[in-house]
Design a protein. Sequence first.
Length: 132
Amino acid sequence: DIEADLLQEIETKTLRTFFNALKRGNAVKLSLYMAGEKLKQENLPKHQDKEYEKFLREYYKDAIFTIKQTAVYDEMVVVDVDIDFPGRGKKPSQFYLQPAVVDETGSDRQSAGGPSRRWSITSQREDRVRVE
């Protein structure tokens, strides 16, 4: 099933890698998985920033990312994710992904097409942390 393979690829190769980069504080890797509004919104440093990386590691260190639901709409995939911060609450989020394209430098950091097709997180909507 093509759609099942697509969803598996998005979960394992894009979202899990992105979530792991958050937990490790790897801002450079995070930027490789974002595009459009999301990349502009985050305004990630173009080079290694030890303070920002430390902040990410501390904020996300115990976070548990649970993919709740995925929907495919033409060239967009919407993924509902609960981000659970043990002892601090839960943050429901929606990640919007689109097929990645080669960036303006011509680098193949995001290749399109074929089984190794990459996806970019183009937008994220999130609620405030709900204390439970």
